[in-house]
Design a protein around this ligand. Structure first.
Ligand code: HEC
Length: 104
């Protein structure tokens, strides 16, 4: 709602939809794969892989994924060097994690 940075979003952001395939993967693909794809992560993404479910799950479970998106104090603000994601997209990630970070 009122999201300022939905440019490049493949679908309209809807916080009632937060499955891994329909919501989370598109967010990561559009904003994070440039540095965090498996092929390039060791060079550009600090070794953090976000184009596999297991890679994303690890960052969801250790708390860094949501903390970095929310730009919490002491976190590594992501996307690195880019604008913070819209509140709607961050809410989708937060809800996905709260619902168990399933491969759904
Ligand atoms: C321009 C390249 C770039 C982009 C784009 C980028 N990252 Fe990162 N990311 C990095 C680098 C480099 C590190 C390693 C940071 C460090 O260790 O200091 C990192 C680290 C991380 C970490 C682990 C850091 C921690 O908190 O310990 C997470 C989680 C993360 N990124 C998530 C994301 C997400 C989610 C996106 C997309 C919304 C994203 N990144 C976009 C470059 C990028």
């Amino acid at each position: 709602m009122g999201a300022p940075d939905d440019t490049g979003c493949l679908v309209n952001c809807d916080t009632t939809k937060f499955t891994f395939a329909a919501a989370i993967v598109p967010i990561l693909s559009n904003n994070c794969y440039s540095c965090h794809a498996t092929a390039s992560a060791s060079g550009t993404g600090g070794g953090i892989i976000l184009d596999t479910y297991s890679g994303v799950l690890a960052q969801a479970q250790n708390g860094n994924l949501i903390s970095d998106l929310q730009h919490n104090p002491g976190s590594h603000n992501m996307p690195l060097g880019g604008a913070q994601l819209s509140e709607c997209k961050i809410t989708q990630v937060s809800k996905w994690i709260a619902a168990g970070a399933q491969n759904n």
